[in-house]
Write a protein that binds this ligand. Structure first.
Ligand code: NOJ
Length: 748
C-alpha cells in the first residue's frame, strides 16, 4: 500500500482551514481504507490475540523462547533485534504461522543514525539546521529499514536544563522552540514524505517532563506545574504530533506524584483528547512495572490497569498487559472497548507502514545501503555544522602550509567508539574516522601522536613525553572531553569539569608556548572555564559521530568555517544549575553588584546589593544560549519592524541588515527573541521565536526579512487557556541570546 500522506494531509488541512474547523480527527494521517482494514482485522481477533498485540518484548537469548510467543499471537512488537535474517524469520513465524498472520512491528533505538552515526542529538541541535537534521534522520531510516527495523524510539524531545543529567546528550537542549523544530525535522526524516518500505515510525519521547529530573539524577521525580508543562515541556510534543509522529513513549519519571505511564491527565486528557493523537502510545522499558517501585500500584495487575486507563497501548517489557489484561476485562475492571482502542492504534500503524504487504526485507541487499558515500558525506557535514567555536584568539584556522609538525594528543584523539556518543548501538568503530586518522591521512608523515592520557579519567603528575613532543611541534591539537559512557541514560554526573588530568595536560601544553587548539568531545556542556586560558582556540564538538575526524580536520584547517551555536547555556560551574536564558524576570535582577573577592578587599562592607546572583560566581554563564564564533565576523545593523502595533491575528515583519565584515565566507545562525514585558503571569526574559542560517561571502551584506506570526506570542495563562495577551513587547534579532538591540512593539 502506498498512500500519499502529504497530499492527504494537505487536502485535509485545506478543508479544515476553509471550514475554520477543529483539529483533524487523525493526527497520523490515516485513511478510510486503513480504518476499514483495521476494523476487519479487529473483528476477527480473540481477546487474547488483541492483548498479544499490546505486548512488546526484547529479542536476545535463545530465539526459540520467544518464537513460540510470536507463533501464539502473544507478541505485537519486538525490539533489539537487528539481524535481517533473524528478523525475516520472526516475521515469517508471525505472518505464516500465527492464526491471523499479523506482522511484527520491529523497534530499535536508532537515535542519531543507524550504522552511519551522526552527531549526538545535542550536537545536531547546535547546527540550528532542521533541513540537515531531517536529511540525517532519512538516512538513518534508509539504513535501518533495509535491515527490517520499522520503528525508532526517537526523537527524544525532553527539554534539559541540567547538564548533570546524562540524557541531555540525546535531546536538543534547553529551548522549547529549537527542540520543537528539531523534533519535527526528525519525524519527517524518519517517516519520509510518503509511506513506503523506507518509512520508519518515529516515537516521540519521553512523555513528559523526564528531563527535569531532580538533581539531574536520571529517573528522578519531577515537580512541574501544569503551566510549566504546557508552556515549556509539551509544545515540542504537540509540534511533533502535528508533524505526523506515529508513536509516543511515556516516561519513567513521576511528575508531582503521578508516574507518566499511569498519568491520565497527560496521556488521555492532553495527548488523546486535546491533541486528538491516534498514534500508538508505548511505555518505556518496564515503566509500567516501575510504577510498583514508585509505590503507585501494589502489583503488576494494578499497574496494568492504571496504564490502560491512562491510555497506554503497548507494554514494553513489563509483561503486565499479557499477564493481567484478560483477567481485568473478564472481571469487568477494564472495558474491552479500551482494549479495542489500543489495538486499533497498533494495527493502524502496521497497516500504514505497509507491513502486511512487505513483512520481509532483502537481507542480502541490506549491507549495500549501510555507510553509503552520501550517508558519510551527510554525517561529515552534520559534524561540521554541529561544532561550536567557543574561543579563538586568531589561532584558527590553521594554515596547512605553515605548520609542518602537528602534535595530536588527548584521550579523544583516537577514540573511535567514544566519538560516536551514547545510543550508537549499531555504529561500528571500524567505520569511524577519528581526528588522528583523518589528520594522518591528510598530512602523511607530519603528525606526531602522543596520547598523554589513555582515557579521560586517568590521572598523571607529569607529562614529560607530551611536552617533549610539543616542543618539537609547530602546533598542538588536544582532543579532550568525556567518553560516550559518561553521558546518556543513567549516566549522570555531579562534577562537570574535564575529568582526570586533562586540565593539567592542557596547562602543560600551553606552558610550551606553542599554539594550542583544544577540541572538546562531550555529551553535555562541560564546565571548561578554567581551561579556556590554556588554549588559543576551543572547538566544542559534542560527540560528532562516524565522520567526526574529517569534519574536525576541515574546521581546524579552514576548509569549513564553524557555524554551530550553543543549544544550551554553558555554565561556569556546576553550582549554577539550573541556568537557562529564558528564565522569568525576578523582582530583583542582578545589577552588577560586588563579588566575594571585592568584599574581602572592602572590609566592613555589609550591604551586598540584594539582587539575584552568586557571591562567588556572579549572575552569568560562561557562554549564553545561541552563542558561537566564526572565522569571519557578522554585524547586525538597522533592525526595524514594519509596525508599532499589531493585531492578535497579525504578522510581525522584522528586518535587519546582516553583514559579513570579516575575511572569509561564513554562515551565521540568525536568531529572533521576543519578550512580553507585562503579563498576567511573569514572563521569560527572552524566548526564541525564529532562527535561520544565512551564508554570506566576505564583504557581503543582506537585508533579512523575518515574519513572526503574533500567535507565536501566546502562552498558557492563569485562566488555563492559551492566548496572546495585549500589551508591550520587545524583539531582538541577534547572533545569540545575550546580545542585540531591543525593538519595541505592542499587541492590541
Ligand atoms: C529505555 C529508554 O529510556 C528509552 O529511551 C529507550 O527507547 C528504551 N529503553 C528502549 O531501549
Amino acid at each position: 500500500m502506498k498512500t500519499n500522506r502529504n497530499l492527504f494531509l494537505a487536502v485535509l488541512a485545506a478543508v479544515l482551514t476553509a471550514c475554520g474547523g477543529p483539529r483533524p480527527a487523525s493526527t497520523v494521517g490515516t485513511t478510510p481504507e486503513v480504518e476499514r482494514r483495521v476494523d476487519q482485522l479487529l473483528a476477527k481477533m480473540t481477546l487474547a490475540e488483541k492483548i498479544g498485540q499490546m505486548n512488546q518484548i526484547s529479542a536476545g537469548g535463545d530465539p526459540a523462547n520467544y518464537a513460540e510467543a510470536v507463533r501464539g499471537g502473544q507478541v505485537g512488537s519486538i525490539l533489539n533485534e537487528v539481524d535481517p535474517v533473524r528478523l525475516n524469520e520472526f516475521q515469517r513465524i508471525a505472518v505464516e504461522e500465527s492464526r491471523l498472520g499479523i506482522p511484527l512491528l520491529v523497534g530499535r533505538d536508532v537515535i542519531h543514525g543507524f550504522h552511519t552515526v551522526f552527531p549526538i542529538p545535542l550536537g545536531l541541535a547546535a547546527t540550528f539546521d532542521p533541513a540537515l537534521v531531517e536529511e540525517g534522520a532519512r538516512i538513518a531510516a534508509l539504513e535501518a529499514t533495509a535491515q527490517g527495523i520499522r520503528w525508532t524510539f526517537s526523537p527524544m524531545l525532553d527539554i534539559a536544563r541540567d547538564p548533570r543529567w546524562g540524557r541531555m546528550a540525546e535531546g536538543s537542549g534547553e529551548d522549547t522552540w529549537l527542540d520543537a523544530r528539531m523534533g519535527e525535522a526528525m519525524v519527517r526524516g524518519y517517516q519520509g514524505t510518503q509511506w513506503d518500505t523506507t518509512s520508519m515510525a518515529a516515537c516521540i519521547k519521553h512523555f513528559v517532563g523526564y528531563g527535569a529530573a531532580e538533581g539531574g539524577r536520571d529517573y528522578n521525580s519531577t515537580f512541574l506545574t501544569e503551566r510549566q508543562l504546557r508552556n515549556i515541556y509539551l509544545p515540542p510534543f504537540e509540534a511533533a504530533v502535528k508533524a505526523g509522529a506515529l508513536t509516543l513513549m511515556t516516561s519513567f519519571n513521576d511528575n508531582d506524584g503521578v508516574p507518566s505511564t499511569g498519568n491520565r491527565f497527560v496521556v488521555k486528557d492532553i495527548l488523546r483528547d486535546e491533541w486528538g493523537f491516534d498514534g500508538l502510545v508505548v511505555t518505556d522499558w518496564n515503566s509500567m512495572g516501575e510504577m510498583i517501585s514508585h509505590g503507585f500500584g501494589s502489583d503488576r495487575k494494578e499497574v496494568a490497569q492504571q496504564a490502560i486507563e491512562a491510555g497506554v497501548d503497548m507494554d514494553m517489557m513489563t509483561y503486565g498487559y499479557i499477564s493481567h489484561l484478560e483477567e481485568l476485562v473478564r472481571s469487568g475492571a477494564v472495558k474491552e472497548s479500551a482494549i479495542n482502542a489500543a489495538v486499533r492504534n497498533i494495527l493502524r500503524i502496521k497497516v500504514m507502514l505497509g507491513l502486511f504487504e512487505h513483512p520481509y526485507v532483502d537481507a542480502a541487499a541490506a549491507g549495500a545501503v549501510q555507510y553509503a558515500p552520501e550517508h558519510l558525506d551527510a554525517a561529515r557535514r552534520s559534524a561540521e555544522e554541529s561544532a561550536v567555536l567557543l574561543k579563538n584568539d586568531g589561532t584558527l584556522p590553521l594554515d596547512a602550509g605553515r605548520v609542518r609538525t602537528i602534535l595530536v594528543t588527548g584521550p579523544m584523539a583516537d577514540a573511535p567508539h567514544d566519538q560516536l556518543g551514547t545510543w550508537a548501538f549499531d555504529g561500528q568503530k571500524e567505520h569511524t574516522v577519528t581526528p588522528l586518522a583523518a589528520l594522518r591521512e591528510r598530512f602523511p608523515g607530519r603528525v606526531v601522536y602522543v596520547p598523554g592520557l589513555v582515557n579521560s579519567r586517568q590521572k598523571r603528575d607529569r607529562f614529560d613525553d607530551v611536552v617533549a613532543a610539543a616542543r618539537q611541534a609547530d602546533v598542538i591539537l588536544a582532543f579532550l572531553g568525556e567518553e560516550a559512557i559518561l553521558s546518556g541514560e543513567a549516566h549522570s554526573l555531579a562534577d562537570l569539569n574535564l575529568k582526570g588530568s586533562q586540565s593539567e595536560l592542557l596547562a602543560a601544553l600551553k606552558a610550551t608556548g606553542k599554539p594550542v587548539v583544544a577540541t572538546v568531545m562531550a555529551g553535555r556542556p562541560l564546565t571548561i572555564e578554567r581551561d579556556l586560558p590554556n588554549c588559543g582556540a576551543l572547538l566544542y564538538a559534542f560527540h560528532p559521530g562516524t565522520m567526526g575526524g574529517p569534519a574536525l580536520a576541515n574546521l581546524i584547517f579552514g576548509d569549513v568555517t564553524p557555524s554551530g551555536k550553543t543549544p544550551v547555556t554553558f555554565l561556569r560551574t556546576v553550582g549554577q544549575v539550573p541556568m537557562y536564558y529564558s528564565h522569568n524576570m525576578t523582582g530583583r535582577p542582578y545589577q552588577g553588584e560586588m563579588l566575594l573577592d571585592d568584599i574581602e578587599a572592602e572590609a566592613g562592607q555589609t550591604s551586598l546589593g540584594n539582587t539575584s546572583y552568586y557571591l562567588d560566581y556572579g549572575a552569568y554563564p560562561l557562554f549564553p544560549f545561541g552563542f558561537g564564533l566564526s572565522y569571519t565576523r557578522f554585524t547586525y545593523s538597522d533592525p526595524a519592524l514594519d509596525g508599532t502595533t499589531y493585531a492578535r491575528d497579525g504578522v510581525i515583519r522584522a528586518s535587519c541588515t546582516l553583514s559579513n565584515t570579516g575575511g572569509c565566507e561564513g554562515t551565521e545562525v540568525v536568531q529572533v527573541y521576543v519578550r512580553d514585558l507585562v503579563g498576567s503571569l511573569t514572563r521569560p526574559l527572552k524566548e526564541l521565536k525564529h532562527f535561520e542560517r544565512v551564508t554570506l561571502q566576505a564583504g557581503e551584506s543582506c537585508r533579512l526579512e523575518i515574519e513572526i506570526p503574533v500567535s507565536e506570542l501566546a502562552f498558557w495563562g492563569l485562566d488555563g487557556t492559551k492566548k496572546v495577551e495585549p500589551g508591550d513587547f520587545q524583539l531582538w534579532i541577534s547572533g545569540d541570546s545575550a546580545s542585540g538591540e531591543a525593538l519595541s512593539f505592542s499587541v492590541r
